[in-house]
Unconditional design. Sequence first.
Length: 105
Amino acid sequence: MAVNTPFMERRGIAEAGGAAIASGVLAIGALWLAVGYIDWVLVVGLALGVAIAAAANYRARTGHADAVKTAAPEVTADNFENYTPVKAGDGGTEGLENDGDRDSE
């Protein structure tokens, strides 16, 4: 049965849920070692905050990737040289007016 998730994909849900569970477990351990008791309101609030931050991070990453994908030019085998900068030492002759004693072939 497929889960209908219009807001996030399964990977985003797994990232946010995993981060929330991990932070909750760490908070429980730290509180137990430092104070000797567990404040459940603090643990749940921390886990919820981490889940929201992880979800926002996931949405920002995937949104940026989609924006770059739509803005990037279509590079194919025929036009890749137009999008590849010529650097010193890679055999390009861009900007050379006179070859002088250099062989062409």
